[in-house]
Design a protein around this ligand. Structure first.
Ligand SMILES: *[C@@H]1O[C@H](CO)[C@@H](O)[C@H](O)[C@H]1NC(C)=O
Ligand SMILES: *[C@@H]1O[C@H](CO)[C@@H](O)[C@H](O)[C@H]1NC(C)=O
Length: 854
C-alpha cells in the first residue's frame, strides 16, 4: 500500500502537466474541428474567387450557369415526365433537340462537328438488383449527340444523363439538372479552340427511372456503342449540394487519375465507393448497365445532399443552388475535356489493371495512389506500430512481460466496452421503437445525436471509469493510447487483407499519432503538444467529414427503407460506431482525468431529458416547411383486381385504395387525419397469389410488408388492358409453351408464379434464362414509349410427370399502371389525397391487377 500511495502521488503530479494537454486537445476536437471545416470552406472559396478573377473565361463561365438554369426551368416546366407521356417523349425531346440544333448552328465554323441521333430501342434484360428482376422496354427514347473533331474520331467518351422522372415529381435534380449541365458542357467543348483528340457522345436518355432501360438500349444496340471506351454518368440521390463520386471502375485507375487531375472541386472517397458497391444502399444507376452489358469502365457522379425530397414533388429547380450547377459544370467540363484529350482512352486495355485509393481532403484537393502502393503503405504503417509496441514489450527484466499482459487485458477491456456500449444503445433504440417514437430524429437530426450520442459516450466513459477505479496502475493513460494504436492497426491489417481500399482511412489513425509520440514522452511539452495535435487533427477532421457524408446519405434513406427495418436501430448503431471511432484516441484522457463525475452527470442529464422529451412525443418526424421539407413517403394506388379461375371464369373481383408506407411508422401518424385508413383495413400478403395479389410497381414486397386496402369503387381507365393467350403448344422436349399478347398503358408489371411441381424453363425475355427473385417468383417490368405495338411474349413451363394441384401449373398476373394523363386519377383518389396532411407525400395513380391460371 506504500507503493500504491507513492504511485498515486506521482500521478497527481504528472496529471497537472498532462491535463493541460488534454484540455487543449479536447477543446481542439470539440470546437477546433467544427471551426476547421468552415475555415477550409472560406479559404477554398476565396482561392477560387481570386483565381477566377484572373481566368479569362470568367465571363463565359457565368453565362454557362445562367443558360443551365434556363434549360433546367424549361425541362421541369412541363411537370413530371414518366416514360410514355407526351411530356417526356415529345415536349422534352423537342426542347433538347432544338437546343442541340442551335448549338450546332452557332458552332458550325469551329473545329468540331456534331451529329444527332434519336434512337427508340426495344429490348430486354435481367439484373440481380432488388432480389433479381427482368425488364422489357419498347420504343423508349435516347437522344445521342456525337461531338468529334472535323476528321472524325475512332474512340469515344460517353457522358450520360436522363431526362425522364418518376411519376408525380418534377425531377429537377433527378436528373434534369444534369441534362442542363450537359447541354452547356457540349456547347463549351464544341467551341474549344484546340480540337479534341477523341469524340464525345452525350447521351440524353429518356428511361432511367424505369430501372435503367434506355441506357441498356443504347449500349447494346446503338452503332456508336462499340467505339465507346469510358463513360461519366450523372445521377442524383439527393437534391443539389455537391456531386460526389459514387463509384469508379471496374479497375482502370487512369479514370480516377483523370478525375484527380482535372476536377476543379473534387469530392470523392474510395470509402463511399466500397460502401455503395457492398449493396447496402438500395438504389442503382446506369453505371451498372454500362459496366455489366457494355463492359465499359466509368465514373458515377451523383448529387447526395438533402435526399429527403429526392423523388418527391419538392424536387424543384429553385432548390438547386446556382453554386451547385457551377460546381457540377466546372467538374464535368474539365474531366470530359481531360479524358477526350487523353492518350489512355485510345488504348484503355493497356491501363486496365489495378484499383486506386482516392479521397479528397476537405474538398480542396485529391489524394490518389494505386492500391498496390496502398497495400505497402498499410503494411509498413502496421509494422511500424508493431515495432513500437514490440519495443515496449521487450523491455528488460519483467517489465516487458508485464506490459504485454497489461496491453492484452486493456485491449480486451476496450473491445468489451464497445460491445457493452453498442448493446446498451441498441436497447435504448428498441425502447424508443417500442414506445412508438421511432424516427423522431427525421426532422430533428441533432436530437438523435443528443439521445444516442450521449448514451454511447456516457456508457463508454462509465465503463472505463469503473475499470480505472478497479484496476489502478501507473501508466494506464499511456497504456490506453497504445490500445487505440493496436486496435486501429488490427483494423488496418484486416481491411488490407480483405483487399479493401478503404483501409487508407486507418493509416492516418494508426500512424500519425505515433510520429510525435516518442517526442511527446521525452519532455519539452509545448512543442510536442502541437505536433501531437497536428498528428491527430488530420485523421480526425477527415473522419468527421466521412461520418458527415455517411449521415447525409443514410438518414434520408431510412425514410424509404420499408416497414420492416427499424430505423432507430440502424441510426443508433451508426452513431455508436461514429462515437467509437472518434473516441478512440480520447480514451486515455479518461485515465488522466481526476474525476469523470461531472462529465457523466452532464451526459446522464442530457440523456434523461432527451428520453423524456422523446417519450412525450415532442419531436414530430415529418415537416411540410417549404424551406426544409421532410415528407413522409406513401404510395396510394386506386386499383381493381380481377382473379380468374382455371376455366377462365371470374373467381373474385374487388377494388380499393391500396396504400403502402415506405417507412417504419406505417400509417400511425396518418390515421388521425384520415380515420378510414386504420388497422381494420390492414391487408396481408396472399401467399397463393403472385406478388401477394397486389399491383407492385417495383419488386419490393419484402421491404414493404405493411399495406392497407380501403374498399373503393371500380376503376375504368379509358385505355384498358387487353390480355390474350395466343397459343398453347406442347413442345417436343416435353414443356408447354404459352404465348401471349398484351395491350395496355406505358407501364405494366408481369408476375409469374409456377405452382409446386412446375418450373419455368425458358422465356422470351433477357438472355432466355428465367431470372427469379428472392422468393422464387418472377417479376417482369414493362414500359413503352409512344406508338409501341402490342407486347408479345412467351414462356415455357415444365411439369413433373405427376401434375400438381387442381389449380393448374402456373399463375400469371399482370398489372397496369396509369402514371399520367386523364387515366391517372379518379374522383375517389382526389378526394382522399386532399385529406392527407401537408407533411405527407402520397404519390398516387390508378392501377389494375388481373390474374389468370393455366
Ligand atoms: C464560340 O466562340 C466564338 C468565338 O469565341 C463565339 O463568338 C461564339 O458565340 C461561341 N459560340 C457559342 C455557341 O458559344
Ligand atoms: C377504421 O376504418 C374503417 C374502414 O375504413 C371505418 O369503418 C372505421 O370507422 C374506422 N375506425 C375508426 C376508429 O375510425
Amino acid at each position: 500500500s506504500n507503493l500504491r500511495q507513492k504511485c498515486k502521488w506521482r500521478i497527481a503530479r504528472t496529471q497537472w502537466k498532462q491535463m493541460e494537454h488534454s484540455f487543449v486537445t479536447i477543446w481542439f476536437f470539440s470546437r477546433g474541428s467544427f471551426i476547421l471545416i468552415p475555415y477550409y470552406k472560406i479559404v477554398s472559396f476565396s482561392v477560387r474567387v481570386v483565381l477566377q478573377r484572373f481566368v479569362k473565361d470568367l465571363f463565359y463561365r457565368r453565362l454557362l450557369v445562367w443558360l443551365c438554369r434556363e434549360h433546367l426551368d424549361h425541362i421541369t416546366s412541363v411537370g413530371p415526365r414518366p416514360v410514355g407521356s407526351r411530356e417526356n417523349e415529345v415536349q422534352t425531346v423537342n426542347y433538347l433537340l432544338a437546343q442541340i440544333e442551335s448549338i450546332r448552328e452557332a458552332t458550325a465554323a469551329g473545329h468540331h462537328s456534331i451529329s444527332v441521333d434519336v434512337q427508340r430501342p426495344t429490348g430486354s434484360f435481367s439484373i440481380d438488383f432488388l432480389g433479381g428482376f427482368t425488364s422489357y422496354y419498347d420504343k423508349v427514347t435516347n437522344i445521342a449527340v456525337k461531338l468529334e473533331p472535323q476528321g472524325g474520331a475512332k474512340h469515344l467518351m460517353l457522358a450520360n444523363c436522363h431526362f425522364d422522372s418518376v411519376a408525380n415529381s418534377p425531377g429537377a435534380s433527378d436528373d434534369a439538372v444534369s441534362c442542363a449541365v450537359m447541354l452547356e458542357v457540349l456547347r463549351a467543348l464544341v467551341n474549344l479552340s484546340t480540337p479534341l483528340l477523341h469524340g464525345v457522345v452525350f447521351l440524353f436518355n429518356g428511361a432511367e427511372e424505369n430501372v435503367l432501360q434506355a441506357s441498356h438500349g443504347f449500349i447494346t444496340q446503338h452503332p456508336w456503342a462499340s467505339q465507346i471506351r469510358a463513360f461519366i454518368n450523372l445521377e442524383a440521390a439527393g437534391v443539389g449540394g455537391k456531386e460526389v463520386v459514387f463509384q469508379t471502375g471496374p479497375e482502370n485507375p487512369w479514370l480516377v487519375q483523370a478525375y484527380v487531375h482535372a476536377a476543379k472541386h473534387p469530392f470523392a472517397s474510395v470509402v463511399g465507393q466500397e460502401v455503395f458497391q457492398s449493396g447496402v444502399i438500395p438504389s442503382d444507376t446506369d453505371f451498372r448497365i454500362y459496366r455489366d452489358f457494355g463492359n465499359i469502365p466509368g465514373i458515377d457522379l451523383a448529387f447526395i445532399e438533402n435526399g429527403f425530397i429526392y423523388h418527391t414533388k419538392y424536387d424543384t429547380p429553385d432548390r438547386i443552388l446556382t453554386d451547385s450547377i457551377q460546381r457540377a459544370g466546372d467538374n464535368i467540363f474539365a474531366v470530359l475535356r481531360h479524358l477526350a484529350m487523353s492518350e489512355k482512352l485510345a488504348d484503355s486495355s493497356e491501363y486496365r489493371h489495378g484499383n486506386m485509393v482516392f479521397f479528397d481532403l476537405l474538398g480542396v484537393f485529391m489524394v490518389a495512389y494505386p492500391a498496390r502502393v496502398g497495400t505497402i503503405i498499410n503494411y509498413m504503417a502496421a509494422m511500424a506500430t508493431f515495432l513500437y509496441l514490440g519495443k515496449k514489450c521487450s523491455l528488460p527484466s519483467s517489465g516487458g512481460g508485464r506490459y504485454a499482459r497489461e496491453l492484452f487485458c486493456a485491449t480486451g477491456l476496450a473491445v468489451l466496452s464497445w460491445f457493452v456500449t453498442l448493446l446498451s444503445v441498441l436497447i435504448v433504440a428498441l425502447l424508443v421503437t417500442l414506445m412508438g417514437k421511432s424516427m423522431f430524429w427525421y426532422n430533428h437530426f441533432y436530437m438523435s445525436v443528443c439521445l444516442y450520442g450521449s448514451a454511447s459516450v456516457g456508457k463508454m466513459i462509465f465503463i472505463h471509469t469503473l475499470a480505472k477505479n478497479l484496476y489502478y496502475g501507473v501508466s494506464l493513460a499511456d497504456l490506453f493510447f497504445d490500445v487505440s494504436l493496436l486496435l486501429w492497426c488490427c483494423a488496418l491489417l484486416y481491411l488490407t487483407q480483405r483487399g479493401l481500399c478503404s483501409a487508407y482511412s486507418d493509416v492516418a489513425n494508426c500512424q500519425l499519432p505515433l510520429l510525435p509520440l516518442q517526442c511527446f514522452s521525452s519532455g519539452s511539452s509545448s512543442k510536442y503538444c502541437i505536433l501531437y495535435l497536428l498528428g491527430l487533427a488530420l485523421p480526425y477532421v477527415h473522419f468527421m467529414f466521412l461520418i458527415w457524408v455517411v449521415f447525409e446519405i443514410f438518414t434520408p434513406i431510412l425514410g424509404r427503407s420499408g416497414t420492416e427495418i427499424p430505423p432507430d436501430v440502424v441510426l443508433a448503431s451508426l452513431i455508436t460506431l461514429g462515437t467509437i471511432f472518434l473516441f478512440s484516441y480520447l480514451l486515455h484522457f479518461i485515465y488522466l482525468a481526476k474525476s469523470t463525475k461531472w462529465i457523466l452527470t452532464g451526459l446522464g442529464t442530457i440523456f434523461m431529458v432527451m428520453l423524456i422529451l422523446v417519450s412525450c412525443g415532442l419531436f414530430f418526424p415529418y415537416s411540410a416547411d417549404p424551406t426544409a421539407p421532410r415528407p413522409k413517403r406513401i404510395f396510394v394506388q386506386h386499383t381493381t383486381r380481377i382473379l380468374h379461375r382455371l376455366d377462365g371464369t371470374v373467381e373474385k373481383r374487388d377494388s380499393g385504395l391500396w396504400i403502402n408506407s415506405f417507412d417504419y411508422t406505417g400509417m400511425r401518424f396518418v390515421t388521425p387525419h384520415v380515420p378510414e385508413i386504420n388497422d381494420t383495413v390492414r391487408t396481408k400478403c396472399h401467399e397463393d397469389l403472385p406478388f401477394c395479389g397486389f399491383p407492385w410497381f417495383l419488386p419490393v414486397k419484402f421491404l414493404v410488408k405493411k399495406n392497407w386496402y380501403l374498399p373503393a369503387p371500380e376503376v375504368t381507365p379509358k385505355s384498358p388492358l387487353e390480355f390474350k393467350l395466343l397459343s398453347r403448344d406442347n413442345t417436343e422436349w416435353g414443356t408447354t409453351k404459352l404465348s401471349f399478347e398484351v395491350k395496355g398503358p406505358s407501364h405494366m408489371s408481369l408476375y409469374l408464379m409456377p405452382h409446386s411441381g412446375a418450373r419455368l424453363s425458358g422465356w422470351s425475355f433477357g438472355n432466355g434464362t428465367p431470372q427469379f427473385d428472392l422468393e422464387g417468383e418472377y417479376f417482369i417490368f414493362y414500359s413503352h414509349g409512344l406508338d409501341a405495338p402490342a407486347w408479345n411474349f412467351w414462356f415455357e413451363i415444365q411439369v413433373n410427370p405427376y401434375p400438381s394441384g387442381p389449380e393448374g401449373m402456373i399463375s400469371v398476373a399482370i398489372a397496369s399502371h396509369y402514371f399520367f394523363g386523364e387515366d391517372q386519377k379518379t374522383p375517389e383518389l382526389n378526394r382522399i389525397l386532399k385529406r392527407f396532411p401537408a407533411w405527407a407525400f402520397p404519390s398516387s395513380w390508378v392501377s389494375t391487377y388481373h390474374l389468370y391460371r393455366y
